[in-house]
Design a protein around this ligand. Sequence first.
Ligand code: SAH
Length: 342
Amino acid sequence: MDDIRYVSFEELQQFVVLAGEKPFRAKQINEWLWKKGVGSFEEMTNVSQILREKLSNSFSFRRAVIEVEAKSSDTTVKFGFRLFDGKMIEGVLIPAGDRVTACVSTQVGCAMHCAFCATGQMGFIRNLHFSEIFDQFILMNAKALEYYGHPISNIVYMGMGEPLLNFMNVMKSIDLLTSKEGQGLSPQRITLSTAGITEGIRKLADMDFKPGLAVSLHSADPKKRIHLMPVTEHNPLDELQDALKYYHQKTGERVTFEYLLLNGINDSQRDAEVLAAYCRAFPVKINLIEFNATDSPFQKSEPENVRRFIQFLESRNMVVNLRHSRGKDIDAACGQLIKKNM
Ligand code: SAH
């Protein structure tokens, strides 16, 4: 049986009419699905009992379920979601003042194999359907209200997986989160993070992508980056630069580079110089990220090196932020999302 959320609105309309109901019932059902974000037919209270029964005889409802919750001492919470086929993914809520940021996954596992990232070690299992990305938001939003008294204010596509390799579902989920038929959030509150899939970046540029775009750079030196991020092999740094230039021309937006500081690997003065040179092509903001321990040989940079790195970039008039990680004690921080004991 098809999931009710896998059928198009037109198909739903056809179904409703064949069931002997008025076409506007389809609109009502659609509202329950995407505006109210329900997880079952029973919750659709303005739909007649008979139609609800017909729906449940014809369609399944594959809502994800929160199965694991881990609370960090810093109030970050990590959720393990069980999907209809038994697979697990993770999402994280990160509160800061009035803001609550939700980090969502886009794939089960990941094909990128970044040397420093725990998710990469799982390998790629499958893409998430847009309804599974949407479920993470709906379920975590209820938790955000319960735990922090605020709904989710920002969403980052930075959980497990590479969003631009699940393009259609990611775009559809953003549409459902931002459209007035869906959750009506401002696109400016959403950020998509990519390991640097150039073809996907060009596609975003062509569709005049409204959310923020972040690129995990981690090194602007081709030889170093290919070791850290094998994705560089088919998406070389110069092509990435061209794609980002194109993105900037088309959208007028500034791109954020994420840069993980790894001790003795990419944190020298020379690395900072190469980075600054690479960034000259278009306006960027740099988020320096503290490395979170994973099952890998890497270590975070010494505070002195971090300070020098920042100082150098600032001396070149670059916009730099230092990001301290949250949720480390529960393995909820960047790069720590992995199937553990599941
Ligand atoms: N595939 C996408 C989104 C997921 S990764 C991407 O690559 O951007 C989210 C961010 O966490 C990326 O910047 C990633 O490089 C970073 N990250 C991965 N492992 C990490 C670790 N061990 N410590 C800190 N950040 C890490």
